[in-house]
Write a protein that binds this ligand. Sequence first.
Ligand code: GDG
Length: 467
Amino acid sequence: MTGRLIVVSNRIPMGDVPSGGLVVAIHEALSERGGLWIGAHPDVVDEATEEFADLPSNGYEKKAFRITEEDHQTHYLGYANSVLWPLCHHRADLLAMEPSYFPGYVALNERVARMIARIAEPEDMIWVQDYHFLPLAQALRKEGVTGRIGLFLHIPFPHAGDLDALSERELFLDWFAAFDMVGLQTQADVARCLETFRSAGKGEMMLDGRLKVGKRKFDVLSLPIGIDAERFAEMATEHDGRSLLNLSPREDIIIGVDRLDYSKGLPGRFRGFGRFLDMSEEGDRRVSLLQIAPPTREDVAAYAEIRDELESLSGKINGAHTELDWTPIRYIHRPVPRDTLAALYRVSRIGLVTPLADGMNLVAKEYVAAQDPEDPGVLVLSRTAGAAEQMEEALLINPYDADDIARAIARGLAMPLEERRERHKALLEGVMRDNVSAWCEACLGWLERPRRPTHEDAQQSQAQETT
Ligand code: GDG
């Protein structure tokens, strides 16, 4: 392929130099190859025209499409985050289906498709990020775009049973089938995707590993995302976490870092920590849970509920265990700077990552990258996080079982140095090797890959020639 790389993501960094793993990786890929980055302008307008706004950038182009308040309500907060997010995170009970959501979601995708179709060249390669744009390939095809289009889904592929809760179930599968490559985080996601197509009687597995739906053939691949591990490890030594937290020599920290989202298993984590405190003997050393949980999507009802639940749980646990000079749960409900975060990971004896469902979970990888290899902390990780597929040396727990979490905390705190080092070494190797640049290269490599026509392809083109 010789065309440009066009990346489409909901968020687009407004400044010149982006920060944070994913945006940095995309920035680097585009800086190297040149191309175009398209995303939503963060400021809402009264009327959205079909003209892109050009954003400042270096070495590649950046263009933003405008959104109205109605787009924000129906596309972003509505269908994307009140329907697709709970659906993919195994929480069909939280689906909020308003009649305006689906048309609003599709309309925005169709508008963006028309805008892209006007500027895309036949050889351009379009790489779409995430669940905000599932109908985009289908809409682009309708606009006559014939080039390669890939999707990377950052969140889990839904369970087949949950998909029955979606009125647009058939269409959902057709959206995927309009891409040339569907990148998913884990092997388990790929298995769920293939099984869903099979059970819907829609897909046929081809000998070359592609899925065939109608006349379309596409790859479904596990391409697990990574972090900028070296940079994170460097950052972790820039500040002294113990003094940032003003820790007494008697105090140890367990850390949790998550957007305040119901998929992250925060109430279960607090209960597990509470259970650990209940079963601990009064000792010299005190262990606190530092939970950083910045707010997110606060206009969606399910997010307000989780905040209330956590505040009441932390109040209860602190009420039962607080001493004059010690509070067991330190709960911070606002974002902290990235370099502070890295230093806090480094001083924490345990990284407690307990999502109920998660595409990958980058916090698990950041915690490992930030540790001192000579005296590393222990990662306690949900079996139900995508990251568990690659991070078997963590202490894997069932996030629904508070006792299991409590036992893992106790085991992690008591773990001998030798075992901590061994587990950390294995985890760190993986995090460094499978970093975000490797992920980006792997995705683009698949998307660009020239494909030898299969026997079926040849038959099909012969048939087309004779008609
Ligand atoms: C989606 C998928 C998948 C959090 N609090 C603060 C802060 N963070 C940063 C973390 C981490 C990121 O946010 C969260 O990433 P996760 O992977 O844990 O989760 P999602 O946001 O749900 O991301 C997920 C990911 O996409 C990538 O494919 O792994 O499964 O759900 O980087 O460090 N950063 C700063 N302050 C905070 O207070 N600076």
